[in-house]
Design a protein around this ligand. Sequence first.
Ligand code: TXA
Ligand code: MG
Length: 322
Amino acid sequence: MRVMLSSCTEEMIAAAAQKLKNGNLVAFPTETVYGLGADATNQKAVEKIYQVKGRPENHPLIVHIANINQLEKWAVDIKPYAIQLARDFWPGPMTLILKRSSLAKDFITGGQESVGLRIPAHPVALALLKNFTESGQESGCGVAAPSANRFGAVSPTSANAVAEELLPYLNINEDQILDGGPCLVGVESTIIDCRNEQPIILRSGAITAELIAESIGIETSNKSVDEIRVSGSLESHYSPKAKVILDQQPNSGDGFIALENISTPEGVIRLASPKTVAEFARILYASLREADARGLTKVVVQQPEGNGLAVAIRDRLQRAAY
Ligand code: TXA
Ligand code: MG
């Protein structure tokens, strides 16, 4: 029987897993954003990711795994609270930074002693990872995948956005883009450094400080960790071509993104009117891309207030506006 996973069939996913095994790239949906995947144990394949993204080579990549048992292949000295987080929030929008095992080579970690690991929740991603990592082959241990955008640009939340951005750089005969529909979360995973007594949030996301504290009974810290290279922590990142302006009155001809209850001044081009903070996160990147597609020079965003996912939205917006 053919099982449809969004617009992907099991056969398409098996073919994509085979491409990964052959050392090619597969862009795939996750619940956060689309990722550009390669076999995380194949240096040549991982180097292709850097070429396609135009990303500096000393930036580490997240390794995506299918199953919590694969944690111990990639990481050592795992703290009990990290295991608790994995049990509570995986599959889900959370990346754990742990001490690396010898499997996590410098080309994955950027030469650092840590490795980032995540089990994504999207059914297509999970099916791809299961097919790839449970084949019994030595290479199938994990899929390295950054967001499937050019370095510094807005992360893609649809297969179309991936194609628009990366098709000129992909090898169309060998690489593949899997379409799993629009991403449900819309901002990248929360990154938590779990190597110390107290977890440190390196990048905010849908797994919030409140959820983490509730899960493990330990407060997180946001201590600055300058020695760790997180490209998402660069001051300028996630930027569309249009200039992003925060919390100001838009002028005629400007793009405008704000919660539904905020009205649109005359002549202003409303790009999105999310009803909730979750919807705000879900549509944010597509709306910024829409501003570029319409050739707008300026897009004004009214930032959502409060804790929870609003923290991640403001984090990305401030970098987009930098
Ligand atoms: O939601 C996500 O996390 C998406 C999907 C595809 O899983 N991936 C993603 O990857 O956002 P990327 O490469 O665009 O951003 C991951 C961030 C980078 O800023 C990278 O520097 C950081 O994670 N990172 C990866 N491994 C790390 C490590 N060992 N230590 C510190 N930061 C790390
Ligand atoms: Mg990225």
